[in-house]
Design a protein around this ligand. Sequence first.
Ligand code: GDP
Length: 228
Amino acid sequence: MAAELLTNPFEKTPEQAEAERLAGIEAGRLLFAAQCDFFFATQRLDQLPPSGLPEVAFAGRSNVGKSSLVNALTGRKTLARVSAQPGRTKQLNFFNLGGRLTLVDMPGYGYAVATKEVKEDWQGLMFTYLRGRTTLSRVILLMDARIEVKENDLAAIATLDRAAVLYRIVLTKADAVKKSDLERKQAEITALARKHPAALSDILTTSSDTGMGIAELRADLAALAKSA
Ligand code: GDP
């Protein structure tokens, strides 16, 4: 067979792939350089703001580093309050990012002393919101790179699968683990993501402390935003 027939005309050259990656990073930088304003909080799903912009929700166990990550993404110190009392906020907080994307900070789940009622409340709230929100484009499911996957993470994954919302698993606190442990964790979580149809197969690894992976996550989210 002639050599040219073996070449896939749609395959990118490494140069094209790199140019695309850099364009994505720049789009992410621009999006997150815009103003980010808190505009709505609710504990009740009959009180959601009218849906408009594409929406991205951040979910994860209490203490996973969600507030720190949202603050690192937006480059602000006080956007999402870094939790002094884990497991306390049981509300959905909505932020408008530059008139192009809505960021939703979901209540953290799985706080050890949370009562059964609070736990069930979380699953119910999450599922109803996930299922009913037509503008929800993506969930970012955070997992702590230092901690093994817990039962309530698997329950959250099951809820996301059931709601059929596309989600990406993002590791947090990567700075706090040794390189070899991080590589093992990445392999484990990639394998987990690949087993779940609603999960995107590529995970991202971040650290709010060092900035690792923040530009890549911004780029990932910029692809979902309303065009500028
Ligand atoms: P949330 O409850 O998920 O909102 O988590 P927070 O953002 O409040 O963070 C929980 C704890 O983890 C705090 O003590 C943070 O300082 C710590 N933390 C958050 N992000 C990082 C990170 O990237 N690296 C390290 N080493 N610690 C982090």
